[in-house]
Design a protein around this ligand. Sequence first.
Ligand code: FMN
Length: 170
Amino acid sequence: MLEYLYPFRTYLIVSGVEKPNVMTADWVVPLSLNPQMLGVAIGHKRHTHFLIKKYGEFVVAVPTLELLKDVWTAGTVSGAKEDKLAKMSLTLIRSRKVKVPSIKECQANIECKVVKDVETGDHTFFIAEIVDATFGDAFAKGKPDLNYKFLLHASFGKRFTTNSKDVFEP
Ligand SMILES: Cc1cc2nc3c(=O)[nH]c(=O)nc-3n(C[C@H](O)[C@H](O)[C@H](O)COP(=O)(O)O)c2cc1C
């Protein structure tokens, strides 16, 4: 029944330090403003799951539509089996407060440290404090610039969409 929650925003999760990995994730949730916290649900079988457990850190990177091909690769290939990064054209750069890198091509990189993990069936919900963040032009005015095409997953499977420029005030 989770299909009724879609469309969802789609993100990239960076994990790992010596050999970093990038995975696609829809299930990213804001949890607290003070301190700033978020949660991400990661399937037990993902290489990302192993790396977040190992290092206790991850980065949530915000892609736009231009990165769709890489988002699909990150979401369908496992870094445990293949050199996934070699199949993508993303540039990993140093983060500010965590050892896990950020992604240059993304419009924001939110640096997270895990404070708790909760088992939820076949996923683990990693609850994390946001320790720093960097952002690109899409957020330069303090709120998202809707001329940028943020990525939304339309439904389970190979269907994506994006936001419009329309803004409605109730
Ligand atoms: C659009 C999209 C969204 C996804 N969202 C999630 C998610 O929120 N949580 C999750 O565990 N897997 C999610 N996946 C599946 C993982 O990205 C996929 O299994 C990936 O290959 C795991 O990579 P890894 O083994 O290198 O960590 C998603 C896949 C796609 C294509």
